[in-house]
Design a protein. Structure first.
Length: 370
């Protein structure tokens, strides 16, 4: 198992950021499509991707792609895959997936067929009729899009946005992987001063610290494939050591956070402590009207927005206040993510650049002032 075809899903709009990350860790033969990038690498690249990619949602092994319009074609396509290279006799191998615009539209039926095909393949290889599935989990995933079936194995387990530092969060947190992508688009460097006047649970500030100090986002967590017998433990030891060696705390990076809620301030500091970057993050309770942006700094924020009419009016009032205190470029830059289509009107200035992003299922724009 020297060469693997890997695939990393990502937020729509962050494909270019993830492409750069994958190239940087040594992935080759990249193929970019909406919301995902596939690439080639060995076992070390697989481990490195899990540890170091900040905008990938997970790391999948792409086993095959084939057309199927009948259950028999689906069964035979899966049965032909070398599953025994990854799944041992004792391993658990659950199946889940989805189907869109395809003849095989019943997901439960497709799951059942994929499972039967996997069992039949492994039964013939191992010469046994029953699998206890009490060992490590090797999750089989499939997608069927316009009759094209793609079969994957999930090496990450829990999604990569789960860094381990945010066990608690406020009511509307931004996902860590999306935050990391915005940080990258804002070009945070080792000496950048980053401000967030709506810090919430501190995600943007912590992800900025990770980026500036070159801290691998997955260094404090474990991954499903670490328990697989097909990947030597030495690979994971090598890559963890390599990732730790790459950390550089010599930069003058500083993060400054504000929030009107005392609980949010405490939560940010607690999460920063868990993430190991508390010494670089300063937080205080303050309303947006008291915010004074330091020179040579960049504001990166996810301000409140409302779904009900009253909340929406309150959010628009906040945008007006932001327009009075946030920098519009030069030595005071601002990057604001918002779903409000008239954000620029309330903020008072057209953005230098905009990028469409999705915060969960909510379509947003990243308004960039630089």
């Amino acid at each position: 198992m020297s060469t693997l075809r890997l695939c990393c899903p990502c937020h729509f709009g962050l494909e270019s950021v993830l492409k750069f990350e994958i190239t940087k860790i040594g992935g080759t033969d990249l193929k970019v499509t909406d919301g995902k990038i596939s690439f080639t690498g060995d076992e070390n690249i697989l481990a490195r991707a899990n540890l170091c990619l900040s905008t990938a949602e997970r790391v999948l092994i792409e086993l095959a792609e084939f057309r199927a319009v009948s259950f028999e074609e689906l069964f035979q396509g899966v049965k032909a895959l070398p599953l025994e290279e990854f799944i041992g006799e004792e391993d658990a191998f659950p199946v889940k997936g989805y189907s869109l615009d395809s003849a095989l539209h019943s997901v439960p039926d497709c799951q059942s067929i994929v499972k039967k095909a996997a069992v039949e393949r492994l039964r013939q290889v191992y010469g046994i009729s029953w699998f206890n599935e009490e060992g490590p989990k090797v999750q089989i995933k499939f997608s069927i899009l316009k009759d094209i079936v793609t079969v994957y194995l999930d090496t990450s387990g829990t999604g990569l946005h789960k860094r381990g530092y945010r066990r608690n969060s406020n009511a509307a947190p931004i996902k860590e992987t999306l935050a990391a992508g915005i940080i990258d688009l804002a070009r945070v460097r080792p000496d950048t001063i980053v401000c967030d006047p709506f810090c919430g649970s501190g995600t943007l500030l912590i992800e900025a610290a990770f980026k500036a100090l070159r801290i691998p986002p997955g260094i404090n967590r474990r991954f499903a494939a670490e328990k697989w017998g097909c990947i030597p433990a030495e690979v994971w030891r090598e890559e963890r050591s390599r990732a730790i060696d790459g950390v550089d705390r010599t930069g003058k990076f500083e993060a400054i956070g504000f929030d009107i809620d005392d609980d949010a301030v405490a939560l940010t500091l607690d999460n920063a402590h868990k993430a190991g970057v508390k010494s670089r993050i300063h937080v205080e309770q303050a309303d947006i009207t008291r915010f004074v942006q330091p020179e040579n700094s960049v504001v990166i924020c996810n301000p409140p927005y409302g779904e009900r009419l009253l909340e929406l009016r309150e959010a628009e009032d906040i945008y007006r206040k932001m327009g009075k205190v946030l920098g519009k470029g030069g030595d005071r830059q601002s990057f604001v993510i918002s779903p409000h289509e008239q954000f620029e009107d309330f903020f008072g200035t057209k953005a230098r650049k905009r990028r469409k992003l999705y915060n969960g299922m909510i379509k947003c724009q990243l308004y960039m002032y630089f």
